[in-house]
Design a protein. Structure first.
Length: 358
């Protein structure tokens, strides 16, 4: 495989398409109606920056790995896991859009409404999207299985163990995220540890920690190097989530593909909002509190929240946290045993992940 980001992305996209084509073919006996869930799944899988897959491939290269096909298959599995998470998250969060398009459950609900079928269209759409996400998880396992079949027993066990640990942790992190958002508003100031746990277990784990560790494990790197990769990846993943939180609140919808302020409307307890809440005056807290968890909040109300956040040090505090975690990730990577072009590519991806605008 050519060691170039553009070429890697093409290979990743082709592998995802091929894997999902097998899944779609396997569903054919269910009849043509099944396309109503597979088409939105394919649309969701087609987008994204492929950061996780690229990190895995770069890590594999940095540790001297030579089994490019196995690395590509696990990278594909990671991206399909991410696709499943997005489809399911949009149901849990009742999001309207994803990557500039209607969310999968909204697309499926529209099929129901257009056909004037029996029952509730929204509930039908959510149920259909859950099944679409489940298909993505099955495709994820299909890709992982093809990778493991190529590896010797030691590397296969390491890769399977890491992937299972990641899947379990991300699932628990999603519940922790829901639990934090369900707490009374007067608990917000004391939720710093909960918010940190959500970042570490949800986004950081499958965005940085496990992609880097899986690349190392496929390459047959020593256990100590796999652990150092995990540690670096946790810091990278937290920096990534902090950037995501800032973009979710203040980013341009034309660039991010999601309406500004969606996280606030959904009631998400993010680090940037926590910092603003603890630093704001009474008026600022009232502005934040009136929108946090209020799905019917207007654009004007969201704008008031942004003004309230900017009146505190929350934005600069968040930027400082991003820089701190990114620097720590770089320091750990330098001592983890990576080398050559692979290390350069990992460091390039770290820089892109923390300075992105979408």
């Amino acid at each position: 495989m050519t060691h170039d980001f553009t070429a890697w992305r093409r290979s990743i996209d082709a592998s995802i398409e091929a894997t999902l084509a097998l899944s779609v073919a396997a569903t054919a006996p269910a009849g043509p109606g099944v396309r109503e869930i597979t088409d939105p799944l394919l649309a969701t899988a087609a987008g994204g920056k492929r950061v996780r897959a690229l990190l895995l491939l770069a890590s594999h290269l940095a540790y001297g790995g030579s089994d490019d096909e196995a690395a590509l298959a696990v990278a594909t599995s990671l991206e399909l896991f991410q696709t499943a998470a997005l489809v399911h998250d949009d149901v849990l969060d009742r999001s309207e859009s994803r990557r500039g398009r209607p969310a999968a459950h909204r697309v499926i609900a529209h099929v129901h409404a257009r056909g004037a079928w029996h029952g509730d269209a929204a509930a039908f759409g959510e149920a259909g999207a859950i099944l679409a996400g489940d298909l993505a998880l099955m495709a994820c396992q299909r890709a992982l299985g093809s990778a493991v079949a190529r590896l010797d027993s030691t590397r296969a066990a390491a890769v399977q163990g890491l992937f299972c640990d990641m899947a379990d942790l991300v699932t628990a992190g999603q519940y922790a995220d829901m639990r934090a958002a369900a707490q009374p508003l007067d608990a917000f100031a004391g939720q710093a540890e909960e918010i940190a746990a959500v970042m570490r277990s949800k986004t950081a784990s499958y965005t940085g920690e496990f992609p880097l560790a899986l690349g190392a494990a496929i390459a047959g790197a020593p256990g100590a190097s796999v652990e150092e990769s995990r540690r670096a990846g946790r810091d990278l993943g937290i920096a990534f989530q902090l950037r995501d939180d800032l973009l979710g609140l203040m980013g341009s919808p034309d660039v991010t593909g999601k309406p500004a302020g969606d996280d606030v409307r959904e009631g998400k307890r993010t680090a940037v909002l926590w910092r603003a809440w603890t630093q704001a005056d009474r008026g600022g807290r009232e502005a934040i509190g009136s929108v946090l968890g209020n799905r019917d909040a207007t654009e004007a109300q969201v704008a008031e929240v942004i003004r309230a956040v900017r009146a505190t040090d929350a934005e600069s505090w968040c930027e400082a946290q991003i820089a701190q975690h990114a620097d720590r990730a770089r320091e750990t990577l330098a001592a983890a045993g990576m080398s050559g072009d692979g290390l350069s590519r990992v460091l390039d991806l770290v820089a892109r992940a923390v300075s992105r605008t979408s």
